[in-house]
Design a protein around this ligand. Structure first.
Ligand SMILES: Nc1ncnc2c1ncn2[C@@H]1O[C@H](COP(=O)(O)OP(=O)(O)O)[C@@H](O)[C@H]1O
Ligand SMILES: [Mg+2]
Length: 310
């Protein structure tokens, strides 16, 4: 297995207070290996140290102790910089320029010759789905479109490793689904994508690996498949039956939510196996719309692990 990123006992203490008299340990001896081609969800509450980790990886701040490597070289190595892309948290761009102008400008900062800048900008804007709007001023863009422009910016140098700090924050469901699909496309191209998020459920949809950070310490790291997420029950959606028929099948009122078109969402506890309920409901003329296991969420898992750690 090739490693894309390795953190070895990485620590960062910020000096705060008068003359830096007090220290705040934002990252505490974190060791982590990210395999090449992984989509890593870097999860943890606000203030856990996620952004600090990215800043260390990009050399915006320097570690108090420990080290970080990208693609087998120390982070300071100039050869590595050209193989990395970065979307900062809550990035804002120049409102008065167009998406195209902005990307051409960034391509210039990367040092590409003038003829190549426009070409690279067009390529990446196409791939994030900013088409006809590329000549519109960024000030008129929605949050989701700006996030996609930010990702296009991070992709401009065709990087092997991408760091995306809170790429889903502030997006509506449609915007989140756009970003999700984009991340999956990047993964399919074999790139390594490291995404931070404080919303744990977002990670479940796109990540192959997770690392959970809590107050600067790594609580859990590994592939999602290796996490022992418990099944908590079942969610059954049915149509074509009324509340009295549901009650006759032994389904408690408080477990039923009525939604549009005469459908009901039934929350089945683990003790009530769905097989029997489905048969009884079908006998009374119900149509089964869907049946899904309700897993412990990453959030529950996180709370459980942090509790165990304590
Ligand atoms: N430049 C800084 N000076 C002092 N403290 C900082 C600085 N940057 C971050 N911190 C502190 O370090 C901790 C981790 O912050 P951060 O990495 O931004 O967390 P996250 O991105 O997970 O929300 C927080 O308590 C934050 O206040
Ligand atoms: Mg942050």
């Amino acid at each position: 297995m090739m490693r894309a990123v390795r953190l070895s006992d990485l620590s960062k203490t910020f000096r705060t207070g008068f003359w830096g008299a007090r220290g705040h340990c934002a990252l505490d001896r974190v060791s982590l290996d990210v395999p090449q081609g992984a989509v890593l969800g870097y999860l943890g509450p606000n203030g856990a140290g996620k952004t600090t980790t990215f800043r260390l990886l990009l050399q915006l701040v320097h570690p108090t102790s420990g080290a970080a490597e990208i693609l087998g070289r120390p982070v300071g190595d100039p050869a590595v910089r050209h193989r990395v892309g970065f979307l900062p948290e809550g990035a804002r761009f120049y409102d008065s320029c167009t998406a195209e102008e902005f990307l051409v400008y960034v391509a210039g900062l990367f040092g590409y010759p003038a003829a190549e800048r426009r070409q690279r900008a067009a390529l990446q804007l196409d791939r994030v789905g900013i088409g006809a709007e590329r000549r519109r001023r960024l000030g008129t863009y929605s949050r989701g479109m700006l996030q996609r422009v930010g990702i296009a910016q991070a992709l401009l140098n065709d990087p092997e490793v991408l760091f995306l700090d809170e790429p889903m924050t502030g997006l509506d469901p449609l915007g989140r689904s756009d970003v999700r699909n984009l991340i999956l496309a990047l993964r399919n191209e074999g790139r390594t994508v490291w995404i931070s998020s404080h919303v744990l459920s977002e990670a479940e949809a796109v990540c192959s690996h997770v690392a959970i950070l809590n107050r600067g310490r790594l609580a859990v790291a590994g592939s999602i498949a290796d996490l022992d997420l418990d099944v908590r029950g079942w969610e059954l959606v049915v149509a074509g039956v009324g509340e009295s028929q549901l009650a006759a099948c032994g389904i408690a009122d408080r477990r039923v939510t009525s939604i549009a078109d005469g459908r009901h969402v039934i929350d089945l506890p683990l003790e009530q196996p769905p097989e029997r309920v489905v048969v009884e409901l079908a006998r009374r003329g119900a149509r089964i719309v869907s049946l899904n296991p309700r897993h412990e969420t990453l959030e529950d898992y996180f709370l459980r692990r942090v509790h165990e750690d304590a």
